[in-house]
Write a protein that binds this ligand. Sequence first.
Ligand SMILES: NC(=O)C1=CN([C@@H]2O[C@H](COP(=O)(O)OP(=O)(O)OC[C@H]3O[C@@H](n4cnc5c(N)ncnc54)[C@H](O)[C@@H]3O)[C@@H](O)[C@H]2O)[C@@H](O)CC1
Ligand SMILES: Nc1ncnc2c1ncn2[C@@H]1O[C@H](COP(=O)(O)OP(=O)(O)O)[C@@H](O)[C@H]1O
Ligand SMILES: [K+]
Length: 502
Amino acid sequence: MKLLSPAQTRALDQATIRAQYTTSTALMERAADAVTNWLLNELLLDYDTEIHVCCGPGNNGGDGLVVARNLHRAGYRVHLWLLPAARHSPDFTHQQQQLPAGLAGQQISPNQLPAIAAGAVVVDALFGTGLSRPLEGAAAALVRHINDSGAMVVAVDMPSGLYADAPQPADCAVVRADFTLSFELPKLAFLLPQNAGFVGDWRLLPIGLDQEVIHNTAVDRFFVTADELRGQLPKRPKFSHKGTFGHALLLAGSKGKMGAAVLATQACLCGGAGLVTTRVPAAGYDILQISAPEAMCLTDPDTDCITELPDLAPYDAVGIGPGLGQHDDTRMVLRQLLETAQVPLVLDADALNLLGAYPDLQNLLPPNSLLTPHPKEFERLVGEPARDDYHRLDQLRDFAGRTRCYCVLKGAYTALAAPDGTLYFNSTGNPGMATGGSGDVLTGLLLALRAHRHLSPLTAALLGLHAHGRAGDLALPHTGHAGLLASDIVRFIGPALEELMG
Ligand SMILES: NC(=O)C1=CN([C@@H]2O[C@H](COP(=O)(O)OP(=O)(O)OC[C@H]3O[C@@H](n4cnc5c(N)ncnc54)[C@H](O)[C@@H]3O)[C@@H](O)[C@H]2O)[C@@H](O)CC1
Ligand SMILES: Nc1ncnc2c1ncn2[C@@H]1O[C@H](COP(=O)(O)OP(=O)(O)O)[C@@H](O)[C@H]1O
Ligand SMILES: [K+]
């Protein structure tokens, strides 16, 4: 799915109106009907619930007026509140004229705010994508009042006061919604940790916007769904053999962190690599052979860390990092790998920390390498803390462009930046995956997909990120959030990949 800017969203509305020979008020009614249906069918409003619909002066407010009218007609207890404004959008004015006699909107002011009971439902239709500056005056007062009320808050399109794709100054008034009901496509703001407290759970309501126009709108950021990836992993041919699916080499593990090597190895095997060889320090030999008998094990002469790079000739892809440690000798192995590798590389964990501590190594990164930092590792990599989540995305794009690599930023809605600056957000996964070792599993899985001979670097990365989160989602009903372990993710990699097969 494309992540549109507010200007592109407006253009899409206009194009839809032209393409479908409809009107802006009819489109507004579609949007408002979708919100009304969600309130009735998903929130299961009952007739006793006190409902406050708060409307701003633009089309977001216009949506709110239609929702209020719908609910009032259906017999619900609706209170309608209007923000004072010098100008209203034409569609707002039109919808205001359609209000039934029994539903007079009352104007609020900073010292006359509605009494909202804690058990009430507030429909926030103050501002949507047209927000152009931070809220102040009556709007800010009403937003703070809503946030303090304890009521259930459902935001229409956007939580009011939040920008769709840019940061707002600290301490601005922004609605803290329980649910945000957005039309057709998500907004970038929904995907960033800093906005979680405002957006709540978000849902997309289809309103029939023109698919051809969406198709023709150029964007450089995407929210990647299962529908878009299904079929992209080639089916295994009947006469395939273990040589068909690539031989992966993993360099991982150090004293006390051999488990990371095990998890990444298991994930690489479950990710479908034909053959997996893992190089571990000598002390890891028994551990690895017992816990991953399907993999081959190469031991380093050193007991506790990796000090030598094996001959790379047999391998189709190399992964390095999980549990690696940052010993000087290990750093030399990393340097040698970067200088000599002719096959795709996946770099994680301590390999990234070394790239951060010795930035000259970054100049050696072969183009199209895949790096998988979490935000702290990413900060070490770029050597500068981000001002906010938007700035971090800019840094991610810059890094991918500068190194000509694919760089991941792990978390909920993991982001992937491509060398051309395009951003892809992953849609799968759950907070149960915030547990030690999940990242090692991701590295192993991505390594398997990079060893696959028929996947582009981008497709391999997108499939791996999706399948990793999906495996976590499939494990969840069996484990619960607290009980979900990285090894549970490994168990469900197979079923998650199966869903994506052509
Ligand atoms: N495709 C879609 O997404 C559709 C969107 N519609 C609705 O239309 C909304 C966008 O409508 P608008 O463009 O009218 O925008 P808004 O309703 O978000 O607000 C725009 C108005 O508020 C004013 N304003 C902006 N920031 C302000 C501030 N901080 N303080 C005071 N006033 C401020 C503007 O000058 C303008 O008058 C969407 O969010 C959605 O709710 C639907 O009606 C139809 C379909
Ligand atoms: N709240 C969450 N929602 C979705 N995925 C998550 C969440 N928390 C963590 N994950 C995923 O789990 C993995 C954690 O990786 P990482 O931080 O490297 O863990 P570790 O170093 O312990 O292996 C990442 O792929 C991340 O996207
Ligand atoms: K809103």
